[in-house]
Design a protein. Structure first.
Lengths: 696, 353
């Protein structure tokens, strides 16, 4: 009996997974490229002579098209300009007591007395801070953009729900609308519509429509079949079925879409201030930031934050039913009383304007004129604690940013780290990486081993020193194995397009900035999420912080980052992280809290310590949810790139921003599409990975 | 037995429903008859799903016709074919002798507005309407004035015993109450044909029992023609005048409950009905024989008395019962021997299994 068994064991044939083979070739090729890169510099920096002049071609085409269609669009612009002026005039004309009365009434109806109180306080702050007219301008733009986006989004959503053939195209368009930074399409919009606030309106309509489309589709798709059939059996005609059965049933979801659309419109209206020409609150923030008036930028940033929270809570109150039922105030504020209150506000407005036709009724100057002291104090604070802020910045810059960008080989020079690597240290690093690889290969499997090997190499050469053929090949191979040939081709084509357009450098800058931001967000946010999963109090505190962070227009995050850390890549990193840290916190907490209780009980019953339970049971089980959080983090980081370009980066966002300044439509579109490409690629990769895990 | 053939309300002839890439391909040769089982086999082999296979049955006016089967047996698809919520691939569905499948979209809407009512497993109540609004909904769709439809809706709500809850919303009601609303809504237009698709399956067993009683009470009052879908055998046997058992899309047996337990068509039905107590399913009417001149015994019972109820009276020494006939029909005779024969048979079933 023992003899055959022994003979089986004596011939250990290592089963080589078919998936591993291409990676072996990949490692050999990488090594070859790394060795040869000194002799062939084109392996690292794509030569300028090889680029294709795609942007000028696009520009020529755009120019040709624009000259033909411009009159039509200018006419449209003029048409849109009238209601915009009208809305703005009306809102600015409205005396503030009337606005407050109307908003408070709406807040009472939406979610009760607390929101009404908050609304009054927020509006009072805006008034006293002296940003009333600017806020009303912003609001007028939002009030115009929202109906456009909502109407368009609803129509497209119905179309997508009804037609299985249109749906893929529609979803692709939505992906692009949400991932191409607005700055990129601002240029063609500017060319078409001319300089002015109408462009901001159109841009925000483009950016704000997708959530409405998605939620409309989702809501209609999710109408329970029983309800749909009950409608049909009641004898509904097609139209009755749609308006009286499907839409009302899907309404809660559609209203969620309305809420998201409104928030997106607000965010975009504020970003569109970058093109100026409109006295709104975004412009206030931007100009005070540019003048380094931190007091003013904080005051006006707070206005944006308060407006955002107010609009969010108002719309969400109408969208979602409170689990505890309506409050007494909400019941008191019946539809009729609401109409009465709004009419009263209108009458009040007319009366005030008739009696005091010239009175602006605004506090003279407002707080913003008295912030010289605050400015001084803030500047003093930053100066006094410079050791801390500078230390933090330099620490991260030298220990994280630079090594990632130019690699250990580049950072270990006297100018940066104060010393250079000796050949022995270099060798030791390589040996350590190889050892770790071998250990993982032996103990776990080839996948983590390969990851360590690649990471080790990347850390040594830096993102900038990594040969591009290796990079493109690696990503394409990964895409092929995770999601199939189509995504691999998509990845390769996208990277090649970026390459021939001479944007490789900017791409790598974006990649390393985003990678670092995402990693830090995962570590910090993940830790916070674990904390929140274990502590009710932490959960409550973090939830309100996350709510606030998520409601803010992206623009606001620049203010504190810029104030404490001045212009630079680190500031961009902080701004990106502030925006992208919410998903890991939320998803890690949610994932951990919803791990199946019976499994956790079984593990605890076996005598696992709390740490073992967390690391060996809960986290692995929560992984799919955490992956979704990772996906959201990457999306957030990429979408923040274009905004972060305002505080000085050298990435794709900056390329978009520079193109905007030069009205270079071609370059702007290509750089914008590159960011969208990165976002869509990351999204598909992660979704395929999650789906792959789920199916086996 | 002397049963007057009742008029046929709904007839279903050779109805097929096939899902797949091109189901029409298999049914375009009119008049060409093919063995249903062979066709079903071929459909499966060619990546099509025959959900309903050659269903043929008739439902008499005022009858409760129960279709029973396990989940996935095609019973819900079949009832949806009857109301054309699902378009059948082939066959005929005759409502009062008119082919439903030939009705235009407009005619179909008219039929649904007046001739059919349907109750759904998950109630299908509109979440944004009150109870009153939900029950009045079919009338609103028809454009009836507010006063008229609300009066009718209140009447229906009272019928199912939900007075006082008119202003509530569906999510404020329990499952049983929600299904009462579903029943009230389906009856609001006064349909003659009433489809119930697993109406009580989502409810707790105790509530389910109550609702079945309620259903029988309503039916005694309203005398609708009913097609009732269920996967619960006890429910099926309890409610059915006649029942059909489905398996893999095919109706394997149709008959009165007693027929099915006494003469199962195949092993599947036999196994399926194994746990149904014969004495409870079989009624006096099922066993009664004509008097043939003999004098009617003194002990008189109704035809729907179950044998189970007779046991104590047999024990007290009664030898024969006179089973009252329907209407003017003469009474029939039920002997103790025939009841005891069933008891013996039941004993054998128990010991075998």
């Amino acid at each position: 009996m023992t003899a055959p068994a022994a003979s089986f064991r004596s011939s250990p044939r290592v089963a080589v997974e078919p998936a591993l083979l291409p990676w072996c070739a990949f490692v050999v090729l990488s090594a070859l490229c790394l060795v040869l890169k000194a002799d062939f510099p084109w392996l690292v920096t794509f030569p300028k002579e090889w680029t294709l002049p795609l942007a000028p071609t696009i520009n020529a085409a755009t120019d040709a098209v624009v000259t033909v269609v411009q009159p039509a669009f200018r006419a449209l612009s003029a048409v849109l300009d009238a209601p915009m002026r009208g809305a703005r005039l009306v809102l600015v004309w409205l005396p503030w007591p009337a606005v407050m009365l109307a908003v408070a009434a709406l807040a009472l109806k939406s979610s009760g007395i607390r929101l009404a109180a908050f609304a009054l306080l927020a509006l009072a702050y805006i008034l006293l801070a002296g940003y009333w007219p600017q806020s009303m301008s912003t609001l007028s733009l939002v009030l115009l953009a929202v109906p456009i986006s909502t109407g368009l989004g609803f129509a497209l959503g119905v179309l997508g729900h009804g037609s299985a053939r249109l749906r893929p195209a529609l979803l692709g368009a939505l992906d692009l609308m949400q991932t191409v930074p607005a700055f990129a399409y601002l240029i063609p919009l500017l060319l078409l519509f001319g300089f002015g606030p109408v462009v901001g309106l159109i841009a925000s309509a483009i950016y704000a429509t997708p959530p409405m489309v998605r939620n409309t589709m989702l809501g209609l798709d999710r109408v329970p079949s029983d309800i749909g059939e009950a409608g049909l059996m009641s004898g509904c005609t097609r139209r009755q079925q749609f308006w009286q059965v499907e839409v009302p049933t899907a309404l809660p979801q559609i209203l969620v879409g309305f809420n998201q659309t409104t928030m997106a419109a607000l965010s975009m209206v504020i970003v569109a201030a970058i093109i100026g020409g409109f006295e709104d609150i975004g412009w206030e923030v931007l100009s005070s930031m540019r003048k380094a008036e931190f007091g003013q930028s904080i005051l006006s940033g707070l206005v944006i934050a308060l407006l955002a929270i107010l609009i969010d809570r108002l719309t969400i109150g109408f969208a979602k039913q409170r689990p505890s039922g309506p409050t007494a105030a909400m019941i008191w504020m019946t539809g009729r009383r609401l109409v009465m209150a709004l009419l009263l506000a209108a009458v009040l407005a007319i009366a005030i304007r008739l009696i005091w036709p010239d009175g602006s009724w605004l506090p003279v100057g407002g707080l913003r004129m008295q912030v010289g002291g605050i400015n001084q104090w803030l500047l003093g604070l930053v100066r006094d604690y410079a050791w801390f802020f500078d230390g933090l910045r330099n620490g991260v810059l030298y220990c994280l940013l630079l090594p990632l960008r130019i690699g250990i080989s580049g950072a270990a020079v006297p100018a940066i780290w104060g010393f250079s690597f000796s050949p022995t240290a270099n060798a030791a690093y390589f040996v350590a990486v190889l050892l770790a690889t071998a250990l993982l290969l032996h103990r776990v499997s080839w996948r983590p081993a390969l990851a360590v090997l690649v990471a080790g190499t990347l850390l040594y050469t830096g993102f900038l020193g990594f040969p591009w053929p290796v990079f493109i090949l690696g990503i394409a191979l990964l895409a092929f194995q995770v999601a199939g040939l189509r995504l691999a081709l998509f990845a390769a084509a996208g990277f090649l397009l970026i390459l021939v357009n001479g944007l490789w450098g900017a791409l790598i800058q974006s990649l390393y900035l985003c990678t670092l931001a995402v990693l830090l967000c995962l570590v910090i946010g993940g830790a916070l999420g674990v904390w929140a999963a274990y502590s009710e109090r932490a959960s409550r505190a973090l939830r309100s912080v996350c709510d606030a962070l998520q409601t803010m227009p992206q623009f606001v995050f620049l203010i504190p980052a810029l104030m404490f850390f001045k212009v630079g890549e680190f500031t961009a990193l902080i701004a990106i992280m502030l925006y992208a840290i919410v998903p890991p916190i939320r998803y890690v907490e949610h994932g951990l809290r919803h791990v199946r209780a019976d499994i956790v009980e079984a593990v605890e019953q076996m005598g696992a310590t709390p740490v073992q339970t967390l690391l060996q049971a809960k986290l692995p089980l929560a992984l799919p949810v955490v992956m979704l959080g990772l996906n959201q983090t990457i999306m957030a980081a990429l979408s923040m790139l274009a905004i972060a370009a305002l505080v000085g980066t050298r990435d794709l966002g900056q390329a978009v921003y520079v193109a905007l300044g030069k009205a270079d439509a071609g370059m702007g579109l290509i750089a914008g599409l590159s960011i969208a490409f990165l976002a869509i690629l990351a999204d598909r990769l992660i979704q395929a990975a999650v789906a792959g895990r789920a199916t086996g | 037995m002397n049963i007057v053939t009742p008029s046929i309300k709904l007839a279903c002839r050779n109805v097929w429903k096939v899902y797949g890439r091109r189901p029409a391909y298999y049914f375009d040769s009119r008049g060409y008859i093919i063995e249903p089982d062979a066709l079903a086999e071929r459909l499966r082999a060619e990546a099509h799903l025959p959900a309903v296979v050659d269903a043929t049955f008739e439902v008499a006016t005022g009858e409760i016709f129960v279709i029973m089967g396990l989940s996935g047996s095609g019973k819900s698809t079949l009832v949806r074919c009857l109301s054309r919520l699902v378009e059948p691939s082939a066959g005929e569905i005759l409502l009062d002798g008119q082919d439903l499948l030939k009705a235009s979209g407009k005619e179909l809407i008219e039929l649904r507005r007046h001739a059919m009512g349907m109750v759904f497993q998950n109630f299908g109540l509109l979440p944004h309407l009150t109870i009153l609004g939900n029950v009045a909904f079919p009338l609103k769709i028809q454009g009836k004035p507010v006063k008229e439809r609300e009066a009718r809706a209140r009447e229906m709500i009272a019928l199912v015993g939900l007075e006082g809850r008119e202003a509530s919303f569906p999510h404020q009601l329990s499952g049983g109450q929600q299904q009462r609303v579903g029943i009230a809504r389906s009856l609001a237009v006064g349909p003659e044909l009433w489809f119930l698709d697993e109406p009580f399956s989502a409810l707790d067993p105790l509530i389910r029992r109550q609702m079945q009683d309620e259903f029988l009470r309503l039916q005694r009052m309203l005398k609708k023609t009913i097609v009732f879908i269920t996967h619960d055998m006890a429910e099926a046997f309890r409610l059915a005048d006649r029942l059909a058992i489905m398996r893999a899309g095919k109706i394997v047996q149709i008959g009165r409950p007693a027929d099915i337990v006494l003469n199962p068509a195949d092993d599947y039905v036999a196994q399926f009905t194994e746990d149904m107590p014969l004495l409870r399913v079989i009624t006096a009417g099922d066993l009664a024989a004509p008097l043939e001149g003999a004098a009617a015994p003194d002990e008189t019972i109704t035809a729907d008395t179950s044998l189970e109820e007779l046991i104590p009276r047999l024990a007290s020494g009664v030898r024969a019962f006179s089973v009252a006939g329907e209407g003017d029909a003469p009474p029939a005779l039920l002997t103790a021997a025939s009841v005891l024969a069933v008891l013996e048979r039941e004993q054998k079933r128990r010991t075998r299994s």
